[in-house]
Design a binder for this molecule. Structure first.
Ligand code: PLP
Length: 412
């Protein structure tokens, strides 16, 4: 008999990404020819983990206290202001008094707190049909569940009809809604919502919450700084948050892992926006409690790095220039991958930008096996395989589509 409690017996980390990523890493260590297109981190054209020089410089400037002392549970005022100045950028003045920040270990911590505090036990979060699988585990850990909306309509755009149907169903079943969107550069597809889709989504949330039904939009913005449209476009969409009525609010999940390439440092934040002071006070109270109970406080080193990079004028400027280069690299890799896919007739799901390209297929596990035999590691998930273009050089992006097409065709 297992000593585990009832709900824990079924716990098993089903994340292909971590397990298969570790295998790929080991294989690559043994043989440099192996292609590791598994884990969502940025690698340079020489297949070395990419680090931002400005972030590294900021690290060298931190004092002993700034690195090793305990931080506060919600994070310092400086950290809050640094995150707001980055997330809202030119709209900082519009948002600084109607937003609150809570430090978390990565975007994952932000997701965990948000699920914990805006859904009751056994309630369902509304997740996209293609998704980063860890949402489900975080929900299970919180004694919660999920329902999925269809991500794409038949035109390859956001399926707002499905989102509305699911929202109405959840409204009826549980009287509250927590909707997750991962935008831009959605993981795993690389889809980004259009401005019109953002307008319609915010209108829909207002419509559904108008009668007092609580609706929380959890905006997972992990990849926001890699949008090919650049900072201005993504921040302009945020302006729509000001239109939400007081029964609805937005909580953004900011990821220092992705924006600053600080994956292992574990720094992120929840950023809540609401016109209602009461909503913001509640946000601070409940999420501070959750943070204190789960991880006590977030890494001081991570928080102070964020402050240094975002608040020091020179460092911020050089970081922005480096980010721009990363975006350009990703765009180049994506363009090559998509061009070659087109040439060989390999279909991909709707893609705009970001770390991943996803290919629909009937037997993803078999495609995975075929490719491993050719020294290529990707991630099979559901009815797709995901290729992490952030981790592979342009030259590999050029030859991979044909190989994946071969793999799929060999199984037909
Ligand atoms: C869509 C998405 N959201 C959130 C995260 C969380 O990342 P972290 O906790 O490292 O910030 C990831 C990481 O891969 C992700 O892909």
């Amino acid at each position: 008999m297992s000593l585990l409690a009832k709900r824990s017996i079924v716990k098993e980390d089903k994340s292909n990404i971590i397990t298969l990523g570790a295998i790929a890493k080991e294989e690559k260590k043994k043989d440099p020819e192996v292609v590791n297109a598994t884990i969502g981190m940025l690698y340079d054209e020489n297949e070395k983990l990419f680090a931002y020089k400005s972030v590294d410089k900021a690290l060298s400037l931190l004092s002993i206290d700034e690195k090793y002392a305990y931080g506060s549970t919600p994070g310092s005022k400086d950290f809050h202001d640094a995150v707001k100045s980055w997330v809202f950028r030119e709209y900082y003045d519009d948002f600084k008094d109607i937003s609150e920040v809570m430090a978390t270990p990565g975007g994952t911590g932000a997701l965990s707190n948000t699920f914990a505090n805006y859904l009751n036990e056994n309630d369902k979060a509304l997740l996209p049909s293609y998704m980063w699988g860890n949402y489900k585990q975080v929900l299970y850990e919180n004694h919660q569940d999920f329902m999925t909306y269809n991500l794409f309509n038949d035109k390859g755009g956001l399926d707002l009809v499905s989102i509305k149907e699911c929202m109405l169903k959840l409204k009826k079943e549980q009287g509250r809604i927590l909707l997750v969107v991962n935008d831009p550069c959605h993981n795993p597809t690389g889809y980004s919502m259009t401005s019109d889709e953002w307008v319609s989504l915010i209108d829909l949330i207002n419509e559904i919450s108008y009668d007092g039904t609580p609706v929380v939009l959890l905006h997972d913005m992990a990849y926001i700084d890699y949008s090919k449209e650049g900072f201005e476009f993504t921040r302009k969409n945020m302006k729509l948050y000001k239109k939400l009525n007081n029964n609805a609010m937005v909580i953004m999940a900011f990821s220092g892992s992705k924006t600053l390439a600080l994956y292992g440092i574990r720094i992120g934040a929840q950023v809540a926006v609401s016109n209602s002071k009461e909503n913001l006070i509640d946000f601070n109270k409940a999420n501070k409690f959750s943070s204190r109970s789960k991880w006590s406080n977030t890494t001081n080193l991570g928080m102070n790095l964020v402050v240094k990079v975002f608040k020091d004028k020179e460092l911020r400027k050089s970081f922005e220039e480096e980010l721009k280069l990363s975006r350009e690299t990703l765009i180049k890799r994506a363009n090559v991958f998509l061009e070659e896919s087109k040439k060989c007739g390999l279909k991909t799901l709707p893609f705009d930008c970001g770390f991943f390209v996803t290919i629909p297929c009937e037997n993803p596990d078999k495609v995975y096996e075929y490719l491993v035999n050719k020294k290529v590691h990707i991630i099979p998930m559901g009815k797709v395989v995901r290729v992490t273009i952030s981790a592979i050089p342009v030259e590999v992006c050029k030859r991979l589509p044909k190989l994946i097409k071969e793999a799929i065709d060999s199984l037909n």
